[in-house]
Design a protein around this ligand. Structure first.
Ligand SMILES: *Cc1c(COP(=O)(O)O)cnc(C)c1O
Length: 363
């Protein structure tokens, strides 16, 4: 089978350079060489997270940290903001951890707005909230800085934020926002192989977590902190991922963080323009579109062109490219195109050319 170029919203295409780094020969995870590797990338990770806290590396996908944050921080009750498949599932995960949890949900395609959260937190019932910044299933980017500004009004509520498809795509200054947990995964915005999570935790969250009894071991924030102080991870990590991350950080800083943000903004706009020029409408509410992927409406909402997504996807696959045919309850009534990771104007134009050819075959 020839390799399909991935334009699905994760995993995304991994560069040859990242792969080569991923395949670096193994070292012991308690060796000085490992500590040099881990400690060596901390300054760049802290700059990327915009934090003075240590950035932890977890050998798990993002869900491990999403579940871990619940176990570490929820004592009373958690408010799970729900606006798509990933954020909806976080309510279920909270309950499965045995926590009191309540959902704050909006229609898929709509954003979570700060006033909705304010109203809920004003009840005083909650000591934590979860927010998916960029809801990958709907292509909606929630207004994180407006939401984070509520933190000063509710300092005892732990703000847990998933940035799996927005990290290093848009500016997310962890310390300045004042949020408590910022987490991301390896295989989406960072364009690394799947299997590693990265996260930062506020001092307030570490203090809260210290008082909680049943936080387990594998995702215990204090295990991460204590080991990070010695440039190590609690258990044997995926060392290949850390080599690949080191290589990716070189790429990111060589491009420049601001250039990386503007590249993503430009490419997402190109995809929105491609959709408009082909009479499609967008699924997200206007003004809340993600910068790392585009969720195109195909009948989930009124307006715009409708095609047979499964056939379209198949035609595109025959041209060597994988695109996504919609997630969960909007499968087939939306489709998604990713511009995450290392994509450029050239590679996106190649994608649009293939999409145009396949659209022409459909009618
Ligand atoms: C993909 C994704 C996740 C889950 O990531 P896993 O790596 O499968 O654990 C969580 N949140 C968002 C926003 C995602 O896009």
């Amino acid at each position: 089978m020839p390799h399909l170029k991935l334009h699905i919203p994760g995993p995304v295409e991994v560069s040859e350079k990242s792969f080569k780094a991923f395949c670096t020969p193994m070292i012991g995870h308690r060796s000085q060489e490992f500590k040099d590797l881990y400690g060596g990338i901390q300054p760049q990770l802290q700059e990327l997270f915009q934090t003075k806290q240590r950035v932890y590396l977890s050998t798990s996908s993002a869900w491990g940290i999403m579940e871990g944050a619940i176990r570490n921080l929820v004592q009373k009750k958690v408010l799970n903001c729900m606006c798509g498949a990933f954020s909806d599932k976080w309510l279920d995960v909270s309950k499965r951890c045995g926590k009191e949890a309540e959902g704050l949900s909006v229609d898929w395609g709509s954003p979570i707005l700060p006033e909705m959260i304010d109203e809920k937190l004003a009840t005083g019932q909650f000591d934590a909230l979860t927010l998916v910044h960029n809801e990958t299933s709907t292509g909606v980017m929630n207004p994180l800085s407006d939401i984070a500004s509520l933190k000063s009004k509710y300092p005892d509520v732990m703000f847990i934020v998933d940035t799996v498809t927005s990290f290093s795509v848009v500016d997310i200054p962890f310390d300045t926002l004042g949020i408590d947990v910022l987490l991301t995964g390896s295989q989406k915005a960072l364009a690394l192989p799947p299997g590693m999570g990265l996260f930062a935790v506020s001092q307030a969250a570490l203090d809260r977590s210290a008082a909680l009894k049943d936080r387990g071991y594998y995702f215990d924030f204090h295990e991460f902190q204590n080991n990070a102080e010695k440039d190590m991870t609690p258990s044997t990590p995926s060392i290949g991922h850390i080599y690949a991350l080191k290589s990716k950080l070189e790429d990111i800083f060589e491009e420049g963080i601001q250039n990386r943000f503007s590249r993503h903004a430009r490419l997402a706009q190109m995809t929105r323009d491609w959709a408009a020029s082909n009479d499609f409408s967008l699924f997200p509410e206007s003004g809340f579109e993600a910068q790392s992927l585009t969720c195109i409406n195909n009948g989930a909402k009124p307006g715009g062109r409708i095609i047979d997504v499964a056939t379209f996807q198949k035609l595109v696959r025959e041209q060597g490219i994988a695109i996504d045919g919609g997630y969960g309850k909007i499968k087939g009534t939306t489709f998604r195109l990713s511009n995450m990771g290392d994509e450029t104007e050239d590679t996106m134009n190649q994608l649009y050319a293939v999409l145009d050819r396949c659209l022409a075959k459909l009618c």
